[in-house]
Design a protein around this ligand. Sequence first.
Ligand code: ADP
Ligand code: MG
Ligand code: MG
Length: 891
Amino acid sequence: MTKFVYDFAEGDRDQKDLLGGKGANLAEMTNLGLPVPPGFTITTEACRVYLAEGSEPPGLADEVTEHLVALEKAMGKQLGQADDPLLVSVRSGAKFSMPGMMETVLNVGLNDHSVHGLASQAGDDRFAWDSYRRLIQMFGATVLGIEAEHFGDALEDAKKAKGTTNDLDLDAGDFTALVETFKGVVREHAGRDFPQDPREQMDLAIRAVFDSWNSPRAHIYRRQERIPADLGTAVSVCSMVFGNLGMDSGTGVAFTRDPASGEQGIYGDYLQNAQGEDVVAGIRNTLHLTELERIDKAAYDELLGIMTTLERHYRDLCDIEFTIERGKLWMLQTRVGKRTAAAAFTVAVQLVDEGLIDMDEALQRVTGHQLAQLMFPRFDRDAEKERLTTGMNASPGAASGIAVFDSPTAVRRAKAGEKVLLVRRETNPDDLDGMIAAEGVLTSRGGRTSHAAVVARGMGKTAVCGAEELEVDVRAKKMTTPDGREIVEGDTISIDGTNGEVYLGEVPVVSSPVMAWFEGTSRERDELVDAVDRIMQHADGVRRLRVRANADTGEDSALARTFGAEGIGLCRTEHMFLGERRELVENLVLAETRDEREKQLQALLPLQIEDFTAIYRAMAGLPVTIRLLDPPLHEFLPDYTDLSVEVALDRERGQLTEEKEELLANVRRLHEQNPMLGLRGVRLGIAVPGLFAMQIRAITRAAATLAAEGVTVLPEIMVPLVGTVQELQAVAAEIAEVVAEPESAVDGKPVEHQVGTMIELPRAALVAAQIAETAQFFSFGTNDLTQTTWGFSRDDVESSFFSEYLETGIFGVSPFESLDTEGVGELVEIASWRGREVRHDLKLGICGEHGGDPDSVHFFHRAGLDYVSCSPFRVPVARLEAGRAATSPEG
Ligand code: ADP
Ligand code: MG
Ligand code: MG
């Protein structure tokens, strides 16, 4: 029979799949001998069964009873026992941390009788009634689905009646009355009484935690974080400890290092006489953790000792939740902590220097996404700016946008193309889609561990939190600065998540230090730059995949080289024909006689030679893959509809010229219903005689001239959109002819070069063995290969049904963003095998934008490709990910 329940002492941290992150780590801490209140965890498997069947798996209730009885025995009291109740929390915890997305109920086991037992045991009436009202409040909201506001409003009323805003001013009598009020709220809104039976409370809470897996906000969070929808949550039942037993008690959260910068030190918040979420909810102002030393030195020292133990044990930055009950420290949670991109790099290198991990592991601790974030610009320090206030630097970055004060508006205005900053007093899980839509988040309350801070860091979104001087009035959609200035919805502001500053208007941005270091414009090495440099060097040393860049000009090529590109994987020549030169191409395509065509080609040749010379120079000593012209034809021709209208108008006015009429006839002749699948690529090269020959001539002549100067040039001529080897053979013959010309020779020998093709049609992948007879290299054009494999054109589908597909989960991620490894990837593998069977040293690369996508890079590594090529700015990301792929424990 399947085991659904594990005692904390039975599990360990590797069982996150089964016990959830929280349960697995509670087990790990228990087994480390740390002070964890005893309890047990119900597996994610039980949750999955429940979600699938709509009822708890048979046997679960008995198993829970068994573990509950054992817990009661160990604690010497029974759940809800009238004179001395055992109380428990019922806590959610999925495999991946989803902060605040699911539910937890505290103080389960209290009822009209046991509240008295708790009071006499603790010698504190106020505490007991406070705990009871918390239970009814949490139970009502999470288990019975009552709007939390009904309870919140009643609590506010009680405070108002007392003439206070602080919950600490409420006494036992107030809470006793509040319990009655809350029970009334339950009766009114749930149509039932608050259950008095402790076991019923527990069972309903467990079920509510299961159900919370499917709450709308949990759905949104999973989609954003790409967490699979079918994992389910575990439920940990944990005996209660109390931080609300007076000023010698309290609750707190802490990080073992600064999750924003990675700096070592004491980072955390503490709240005296408080329970559970009080500390992160921003309801009272928290104390900095260092103040605990003054309040309770023994507990503080023990806590720091435990944090060191945890760091050494997990060999990573951890975050923790703890509670102090009358001087006794209890650990309630730990996990490897979420951190910013900057902290990820600096902490990884610190841990190497501390001897806890090696460089291979450091490489696994950072990601290409994080590196990309570090390359984003930051505000210009020297720019003139008007500071409004300063808050806590909760998540780094620089963001400008219009202030909006609620999430629906943020979503709506962002969809309309505006840049928005979400301004709230504090955020809660319902703000998630607003945070996703916003450039950044600004809150007036809460610290580094608040919901806004934690979630923003997880998303890599800029956040300034706890800007307490700001008065945020969400209802009136405005905020007021200390000097009385009002910022209303639609006003532009800027926030700096690195130093916490808030500015009026849009502040200009400059390169980040990491970017400046890559670009070579700055040699300043702070801790972060140093960490990035060391990890990049390691990645370069271990990776097998080479990284090239997609670049079309000498300038871009030079830039790519500073980013570490090891050649050009794709030089798109069609870009060279746009702008002023477009007319030459238009004339060429429309030319009716050989002479006319020849004239245009002669004009283009020197221009192309110039283009290629600049690129070769920038890439001296490195391979340069140049793709022969591959435009969808319409890009070079006047728009058919526009021209038709023009001609009609001219005709009406009697001004129509013969040339224009002829042009229209030609454009009509060449007009395509579906240009992406029309006369393009090699097809165009064959249809327009001399076009490819001109380009080949430019490629080889430029190379020959430079080679004669002693510059090492390695041109690779790439033929686009080949579907059959015959097409490639036709172009290869043309290449052979051109290369034999004296101008393409160096010291009497043809200039060194290679001939290859793009694989961007499914047919080409399938007949790769034939193609490899002629091709010396394949370069997978994964953009087109994705389009042709799926049978949709990117420009058409991305704006039509993609968002629907992503929302409904048909796509986890767009196949244009991350390679569809099952379909398109399979074709890549087939072509690679079949090609290499015929030609063992067939060079294999990829030149779609997938070359800079982290997940795709790992796939290309496993598929055995030689290189990836991506845009210059993605080159460092690809280098890093190639290194990570080579050292990945998954191989
Ligand atoms: P989350 O996943 O949202 O952090 P938790 O299950 O950790 O939810 O619980 C919410 C809050 O209640 C946390 O502050 C936690 O420390 C506190 N808490 C949970 N269980 C207990 C317990 N047994 N005793 C005291 N506090 C608890
Ligand atoms: Mg927690
Ligand atoms: Mg293509």
